[in-house]
Design a protein around this ligand. Structure first.
Ligand SMILES: Nc1nc2c(ncn2[C@@H]2O[C@H](COP(=O)(O)OP(=O)(O)OP(=O)(O)O)[C@@H](O)[C@H]2O)c(=O)[nH]1
Ligand SMILES: [Mg+2]
Length: 298
């Protein structure tokens, strides 16, 4: 007998900064992946799950498809390609205001007969008349099963994507419990929130090779409070005072902002302690790769 439940896995791919994570968050209806205007914000594959009717859709937000230059970049690209391989479908996200994806289409070759769909994102920035021509040119180059025009930021067109994926899902049992929206641990999610703030506040000054590690997480159940300690790693000693700010004002603002968001997510008061450390070669440290499930020698 066919299962009533339906299930589909979809890798979300595209150029850095196309809006993949924003789209995953919009589809899930909650933040599972951090967003910034800095390219290569998403560092490893992250799962976002939503349910539509009888279908459970598992999205893998990926670091995107780009030409890597060093170890971390190679590991990120490997992760994105592995997600495409492991997923039944692929959703290519294109920034409609800066469409450049020729490189990415070849990664989708193997999905030709499965479920390759196109989302032209950021349509809030583009004239409608240009979108049709753009959709057409992409569809001439790859047989997409469907094309959607969305604004992930403004939540425009999201329902149509959800419905389409739900209808595509084959009859199969769900993999995750009904209320699970991600597989990311709270420790990692909390570290990601801090990294997001660093990227947003220091867009120019701090290169993307900055990382955050949660080193302590302690729940005090008797008073519904949690103590979280994190290390922020930068690569140069000159970057440390930038993040700290005068009299620590910058780091204080980051702390306040992360505390607030994390408290809302876990519904507990959060006491966050941040330390900025300099470690020149952290991108060569295998422990960081293991933490995010990235392949060190990709
Ligand atoms: N105007 C507009 N901006 C958007 C939209 N979707 C995403 N953005 C912005 O685009 C930037 C990049 O968004 P992300 O979701 O981090 O993009 P990404 O593809 O996940 O980027 P990487 O993880 O770096 O590969 C952010 O500043 C978002 O706010 C949209 O629909 N409209
Ligand atoms: Mg991202």
């Amino acid at each position: 007998m066919l299962s009533k439940q339906r299930f589909l896995t979809v890798a979300v791919v595209g150029e850095p900064n196309a809006g993949k994570s924003t789209l995953v968050n919009a589809l899930v209806g909650q933040k599972v992946s951090i967003v910034s205007s800095k390219a290569q914000t998403t560092r490893c594959n992250l799962i976002g799950v939503f349910i539509e009717g009888d279908s459970q859709i598992v999205l893998t937000d990926t670091p995107g498809l780009f030409a890597p230059r060093e170890r971390l970049g190679r590991a990120m690209l490997h992760n994105a390609q592995a997600a495409i391989k492991a997923s039944a479908g692929a959703l290519l996200v294109v920034d409609a205001s800066h469409p450049r994806v020729e490189q990415n289409l070849r990664f989708l070759e193997e999905k030709k007969n499965v479920c390759g769909i196109l989302a032209l994102n950021k349509i809030d920035r583009v004239e409608r008349s240009k979108l049709l021509a753009l959709a057409q040119s992409f569809n001439e180059r790859f047989p997409f099963q469907a094309t959607f025009m969305v604004s992930a930021l403004k939540n425009d067109g999201i329902k149509d994507v959800k419905r389409f994926l739900a209808n595509k899902a084959p009859h199969e049992a769900w993999l995750y419990p009904e209320n699970q929206i991600t597989t990311l641990s709270l420790r990692l999610f909390a570290a990601e929130l801090t990294r997001e703030r660093v990227y947003k506040r220091f867009y120019q000054e701090i290169p993307y090779a900055c990382t955050v590690e949660t080193i302590q997480w302690e729940d005090f159940s008797f008073k519904n409070e949690t103590r979280v300690a994190q290390d922020i790693y930068v690569q140069k000693s000159s970057q440390r005072p930038i993040i700290l700010g005068q009299n620590g004002e910058k780091i204080h603002a980051i702390r306040e902002s992360v505390q607030k968001e994390l408290s809302a997510v876990i519904e507990r008061k959060v006491h966050l302690f941040l330390h900025v450390k300099v470690r020149e070669n952290w991108t060569e440290d295998k422990a960081f790769y293991d933490l995010w499930n990235l392949r060190y020698d990709a």
